[in-house]
Structure formats: C-alpha cells, structure tokens
Design a binder for this molecule. Structure first.
Ligand SMILES: Nc1ncnc2c1ncn2[C@@H]1O[C@H](COP(=O)(O)OP(=O)(O)OP(=O)(O)O)[C@@H](O)[C@H]1O
Ligand SMILES: [Mg+2]
Length: 444
C-alpha cells in the first residue's frame, strides 16, 4: 500500500468512527430529552437546549476531548437531530452556491463557480433518507418508490431537487441551489461579466421598453442577470413577475410576484407558468417578467409582448443567441393551439428585440458571450445582428479567462427608438459619439 492509500485509509477510518459517534450521541440525545417540552420552544431555544443536553452527556459518558473537538461534536449531533445534518454548516457558508449529495457518502459543493468534493458524509443511507423526508415533508410532499422525484424548498426558500432509487442508480440524490445573491448590473461589471458601455446600453434598452430575452445554459447566471436588468424598470410601473420558484428580488414599489404550483399528493391543484402568464394579462401589467420560459407559455408571452406589453423580460435555456430564437419557436409550438410555423416566426420577429446570451467559462466566471438584435421583419427568415461578442484570450497561468468584449454598431432601427425615448447610445456601439455613460450613472 502506497503512502497516499495509507493516508486515505486512515482518513476514512477516522471519518467512520466520527460518524459512528455522532450517530451514537444522537441516539443518546433522543432517549434523554422530552419531545413535548421541546415542541414548546422556538428553533433557537431548541438548539440551545439540545446543545446543553448533548454537552452534559458527552462530559458524563464521553471521551476526553479538547474544547474545539467537543464544540464541533456537539454542533454536529444537534445539526443532525434538528436540521439537515452535515448539510447545515454548508447552508450557513455564504460562499457555497450549490450543494450536491450523491448517495450518503459523497457530497460536492460549488464555490466561486468551481465544483469540489468535500470530506463530509451522512452516517448511513437511512440517515440521508430521514433528512430527505424532513425536506420534502415541509412542502407537504411525499417521496417513496411510487413518487421518487420531488422538487421542494427549504424554509429559507432555497430550491431542492430530490431523486431516489430505483430512478437513481447512485443512491438518493439531493441537489440544493442556494438563493442566487442579487447583483446589480454595476456589480456584474466589476466581476467582469460585461463592460461598462454594454451595461449603459442594456440599461437604456430596458428603460425604453425593449423586449429582452436572457439566454444561456444551466447555472450560467440567467436569473441573476434578469434580476439586475429588471432594476432599470422605472419605479412607477406596475410589474408582474412570474416564476417557478420566486428567486427574483425586484426593488421597485409596485411589484406583484406570482409563483407556479406543482400538483399536490393527489395529483391536483397544479398552476402552471402558462396559467399565470394568462392570468397576469387581466391584471393590468405594465411589464411582465417571466423567470424562465420552458413550454407553451412562450406563446402567451410572445402574444403579450405583441399586444402592448413592451418592456417584458424573460430567460430561456439555449446554447447561443441564435439558438435562443429557434428555441422560442419550438417552445411556442408546444401549445395546444396549432399555429402555423410562419405565424409563430412572425410573432417572434415582431416581439423579440434583443437576446443577451450568457456563458459560464472554465474558471467559473460568467460573462455575456454574445448580444444579438433581431433585425428580420415580420415575414422574413430570422436574422440576428451581432451587437457584442466576447473573445476569450488563451488562458493565463492562473487559468483565468480574460478577453475582450467586441462591440458592433447598433442597427439603425434600435438607435432610432432609443433616441426617441430620450436615451443616448454609448460610443462603443458606434452610432453617435460624445455621449458618456451619464444615463447609466443616473440610474445606478
Ligand atoms: N456574473 C456572475 N458572476 C459570478 N457568479 C454568478 C454570476 N451570475 C450568477 N452567478 C452565480 O451563479 C449561480 C447560478 O446563477 P443563476 O441562478 O442566476 O443561474 P441560472 O442560469 O438562472 O440557473 P438555472 O439554469 O438553474 O435557472 C448563482 O450561485 C449565482 O450567484
Ligand atoms: Mg434561473
């Protein structure tokens, strides 16, 4: 056995014995406490009470431990008795953006855009299943062989997906997406996700009621970007947001937030994004913001955009700006109303103005990789004019992705609409020179 194997074996043995003792103390704790007493306390008091009891138990019956070891053991026992066990400290860690549990003994997290495996594990598959039960029962759902996939939420609002055997061949799987931290467009500029000129332009486009679609793959920052863009909608407009799980955090005063609902245990009561988009049209919206279009609601959204609800924003899952347009076409055709292909194309040509495409790069950074403007007239084939492209340089020694945002002149019809709305156009987009980023500065 090589040194590395010996160290690994040693670490594994240590972890197993630690886990054993956490499970032991948790058992002891459950025999010692009075559950009725506990029920009367709030979460914070419960934790304090349990920590005290475990502390006494360990002092009385346990091994001699340093203060630090003892503190950490007490915390782990209480975390497991009360909350989500080994996941609790990860949920408290602000730098963790995603938690992935692949079976009871494998936990990955995403930090700063990078995925890493951690040296933590649940004591057993049973214990992992208990934690899963705790999560799904909070949203009144059930998970078992007959319904082995559930979307749930933590009390703090985080999205959780659970899938168990027999569908998962790798044991019970939990995926927790932390609430995306709200970034302003200015903060995204500081992170290098776009440059200042582009931010100025996008802010003007939103203020002047262009319909903007944010596209990108999973976890590329679409929701974060949509949230930042929506910050430029004026404060006096009536805005309706529609989402599967309410992640957008608009700061305006007059915002109505709608959230879809999955069917309940009996399979009834579902309210889809589509139902909500249709309903929102009867609520006198001035702007509609759809968290993500992924089905027939796309048609309703396009129709809304074409019937006086300009300034709408949405995200769509796609591989490029060009792909996003075709994706909208496919999604819109999923409606039960059979509309000829040409008619759908005409709707998209008339409704969609700008597509902002995001990409996640190998160093974990997210950037606008492309902005396209739909320039085709109503009855033409799709034609996208490129407004911006990110050109990455070869990676440096620190494996950071750097490069240049190349800007192209703004098509005339867009520039004309911006001027008509009293906005200026940043010099980088080549239409008119001499207008600095004052319009952007004002709104930030
Ligand atoms: N520009 C950015 N720079 C760095 N991190 C970012 C950026 N944008 C988003 N993130 C982080 O990336 C993660 C995913 O973001 P977000 O939820 O917005 O992506 P998404 O594309 O909407 O994902 P999904 O496909 O699951 O809906 C979050 O943790 C978020 O904080
Ligand atoms: Mg999203």
């Amino acid at each position: 056995m090589g040194l590395k194997d010996r160290l690994d074996a040693d670490r594994r043995a240590k972890r197993t014995s630690e886990l054993g003792s956490v499970a032991h103390w948790r058992e002891r704790l459950l025999t010692e406490i009075n559950l009725d007493d506990l029920a009367a306390l709030d979460m914070h008091q419960r934790r304090t009470r349990l920590e005290k009891v475990v502390g006494h138990l360990i002092s009385r019956e346990g091994p001699v431990l340093s203060d630090r070891e003892r503190g950490s053991l007490v915390r782990r026992v209480v975390d497991e008795a009360l909350g989500l066990g080994v996941l609790e400290p990860l949920l408290e860690d602000e730098s963790v953006t995603e938690i992935m549990v692949n079976g009871y003994d494998t936990v990955y997290v995403e930090r700063g855009g990078k995925v890493e495996r951690l040296e933590v594990a649940f004591a057993s598959e049973d214990q992992l299943m208990q934690t899963i039960d705790r999560i799904v029962s909070q949203v009144n759902r059930r998970i078992d062989e007959s319904s082995p996939m559930v979307d749930a939420r933590l009390p703090t609002g985080e999205r959780v997906n659970v899938i168990i055997p027999p569908l998962s061949l790798s044991g019970p799987i939990i995926t927790i997406r932390r609430f995306p931290k709200p970034f302003t467009l200015e903060q995204l500029v500081a992170l290098g996700s776009l440059d200042n000129g582009t931010a100025v332009l996008l802010a003007s486009l939103v203020r002047s009621r262009f319909n903007v679609i944010v596209s990108g793959g999973t976890g590329t920052g679409k929701t974060t970007f949509l949230n930042a863009l929506s910050g430029f909608a004026p404060n006096d407009e009536r805005i309706i947001t529609i989402e599967d799980s309410a992640e957008l955090q608009l700061q305006q005063e007059h915002v109505i937030r709608l959230e879809s609902r999955p069917p309940n245990m009996e399979g009834v009561g579902q309210v889809t994004i589509r139902d909500l988009v249709r309903n929102s049209l009867r609520m006198r919206p001035e702007r509609i913001i759809v968290g993500e279009v992924r089905g027939a609601e796309t048609l309703d959204m396009l129709q809304a955009m074409n019937t006086g609800h300009d300034g709408s924003l949405a995200t769509v899952h796609a591989n490029s700006a060009d792909d996003a347009v075709y994706r909208l076409l496919t999604l819109a055709s999923m409606s039960e109303v059979k509309i000829p292909f040409e008619a759908l194309r005409d709707q998209i040509n008339a409704a969609v103005d700008v597509i902002v495409h995001l990409t996640r790069y190998p160093d974990g950074s997210r950037k606008i990789s492309e902005i396209g403007v739909v320039s085709s007239a109503r009855d033409e084939e799709f034609r996208l004019e490129t407004l911006l492209k990110f050109e990455a340089r070869p990676m440096d020694v620190e494996r950071r992705v750097d490069g240049e945002f190349r800007c192209f002149p703004l098509p005339h019809h867009i520039a004309a609409r911006l001027y008509a709305a009293g906005e200026s156009v940043p010099a980088a987009f080549g239409v008119e020179h001499g207008h600095g980023p004052s319009a952007f500065g004002k709104a930030l």
